[in-house]
Design a protein around this ligand. Structure first.
Ligand code: F6P
Length: 575
């Protein structure tokens, strides 16, 4: 068990010093860059393939020094070691937190902890690699056409049914790695219990070539099990109407065996659903749902991109794990990014954090990060049950650039709120298209479009950092009455993350980077970033409210007056 009482960060000298600096803080990125030719260099760091420039952040040597001391005072490094060694740092569930074990290379020398380490009686590495081998063998069978549906046809569409961590990770990675997907294979993702989702995602599919993966850690999630049953009924009905399914229980059971597999920690429940446990891939309660994309939960993606690319993906995670474990705090990228977020949130009153990928294939990354960050760090009590001593969590949001530029960037540039933003880009696009025509007004024929895209990436952080003064606006000949509206204050903090290309490894690196940023913030705040009790009440109430929504008048009467009136209106509207 890890130490039970978290250090109160607000009691540290570092916190007090930071508070003093924040009081009347007047950042001056223009001045800081003018006075210090080495600023960009000094605040640019490397973590595996990720080049991370923090120099356009609202930091000085003094601020960074105190932030690093803060990390030392709460023992971020010690808690990271405790996590990777399998201590039960998930205090409220009394569990180890071992997602880093999911990507440790098989039998490599120099692993910390060493290969074959035992946690709660389990040989973690052995189990992880046995499951990986099983997933790889299955993926190879599906990809080669050896695995067939009831009529002997190979699989062309995989439908992953899951929600939360059993959906957001796989769908994000599938989208991010589209260029690596085997031609002729498609993966679709069903998550919402809104029946529209199953309807739309099964539309047009050939049941004979469709494979469903029911992905649920607990195999008890209402949405996923309901959708799995809908999918099973769809399969039976479609096979029957194609004339390839006899009206017998044996035929239906055989159809499920050939068209359904599962990923879960609850193999008994998988069996009860009718899926052969032989066709189920396990993981363990020490993997949180939002930390599970690199477990068997990613089976749909392994099928899509193949085991070799998946190995590369896992190696990317591991490279960042090792960077985090071995790099001094002063150069440790997840530590520095986590500390910066604490500075913005707790001292400069930032209420949210934008993530802006300049890579269309990362379009689901902000949604993925919303669960990772907000389910992890949206907490009001510390891991010993005492109230938190400062604000926690950040509201993460974002959309890919340049789309966001034409939507919400106005507020980031000129609004009254501080919105720290991470700009993520890759140097080499998957599709280096050229604008052969040009526009005759600056875009030359043959212009590489990715260059235009990247010019926006660089321009945005420049504009946010340095702004535009009233005198500069006037120099453009702008009428005096309009000048204030056209001034940009600057001093709006950004972090630029640049990678060579969106490879499987780089996607793994990005995910691990944010996992560890979340860890660092959670450790500073003294919270358990690995439980999620806050989602339970809504689940319980949905079950309690269901009879009222079904029209049970006693259940309706038992509701509060607002809920009762809303349900009554719904029943009136419902035909
Ligand atoms: O309700 C929240 C949650 O428990 C998430 O943490 C999890 O990722 C999701 O539900 C899905 O859970 P499961 O994989 O058990 O179906």
């Amino acid at each position: 068990m890890a130490e039970n009482t978290p250090v109160d960060p607000t009691s540290t000298d570092a916190w007090k010093q930071l508070g003093g600096i924040a009081d009347g803080f007047s950042p001056d990125l223009r001045g800081w860059f003018d006075a210090d030719a080495g600023r960009a260099d000094r605040y640019t760091f490397q973590a595996a393939d990720l080049t991370v420039d923090l120099s356009k952040g609202l930091i000085t040597e003094e601020i960074l020094g105190h932030l690093v001391r803060l990390a030392q005072d709460v023992d971020v490094a010690g808690r990271y070691q405790a996590m990777i060694a399998g201590e039960h740092i998930n205090a409220t569930e009394d569990r180890a937190v071992l997602h880093t074990a999911l990507r440790r290379p098989k039998g490599a020398a120099g692993l910390v902890p060493p290969a074959g380490f035992i946690v709660d009686g389990q040989d973690v590495d052995a189990d992880v690699h046995a499951t990986l081998d099983k997933v790889y063998a299955f993926a190879d069978k599906v990809r080669s056409g050896e695995w067939t549906g009831v009529t002997g046809k190979p699989i062309s569409t995989v439908v992953n049914i899951g929600i939360g961590g059993s959906d957001l990770g796989p769908v994000m990675v599938y989208e991010a790695l589209k260029p690596y997907v085997k031609p002729g294979l498609e993966v679709r993702f069903v998550s919402n219990i809104d029946p529209t989702d199953v309807y739309e995602k099964t539309a047009g599919l050939d049941p004979e070539t469709t494979l469903f993966i029911v992905a649920s850690k607990t195999f008890g999630t209402l949405e996923t099990l309901t959708n799995a049953r809908l999918a099973r009924e769809w399969l039976w009905a479609e096979l029957a109407s194609a004339g390839v399914l006899d009206d017998t229980d044996a035929a239906r059971t055989d159809a499920v065996a050939k068209h359904f597999v599962a990923v879960s920690t609850a193999l008994d429940k998988v069996k009860a659903f009718g899926i052969d446990p032989e066709n189920a891939f396990g993981f363990w309660d020490w993997v949180g749902g939002r930390y599970s994309v690199d477990s068997a939960i990613g089976t749909s993606v392994v099928i899509a991109i193949g085991p070799d690319n998946w190995r590369e993906f896992l190696a990317g995670f591991h490279a960042i794990d090792e960077h985090t474990r071995t790099t001094p705090l002063e150069q440790n990228v997840p530590v520095l990014m986590g500390l910066l977020n604490v500075w913005y949130t707790n001292f400069l009153n930032a209420q949210s954090h934008a993530v802006l990928p300049y890579a269309q294939y990362l379009h689901r990354f902000p949604a993925y990060l919303q669960q990772l960050t907000m389910e992890s760090n949206g907490k009001s009590v510390r891991w010993d049950g005492s109230p938190v001593t400062t604000d926690t969590g950040e509201v993460f949001w974002g959309e890919p650039g340049t789309n966001g530029q034409h939507a919400f960037y106005q507020l980031i540039h000129q609004g009254t709120r501080l919105v720290p933003a991470d700009f993520i880009a890759v140097a080499n696009p998957a599709h280096p298209l050229k604008d052969e025509t040009g526009d005759g007004a600056g875009v030359e024929p043959g212009q590489d479009v990715h260059t235009l895209f990247m010019a926006n990436y660089f321009a945005q952080t420049k504009a946010l950092a340095f702004g535009k003064t009233a005198d500069e606006v006037r120099a453009d000949g702008v009428a005096e009455s309009i000048v204030p509206a056209r001034v940009f204050s600057g001093n709006r903090p950004t972090t630029s993350i640049l990678a060579p290309a969106l490879t499987p490894s780089v996607v793994g690196q990005l995910i691990a980077l944010y996992e560890h940023i979340v860890f660092v913030e959670g450790t500073i705040w003294g919270i358990d970033s690995f439980d999620q009790w806050g989602v339970e009440l809504g689940k319980q109430l949905a079950l309690q409210v269901t009879p009222a929504v079904q029209g049970d008048s006693a259940a309706l009467e038992a509701q509060d007056s607002s809920t009762k009136a809303l349900i009554a209106k719904y029943l009136e509207l419902r035909k």
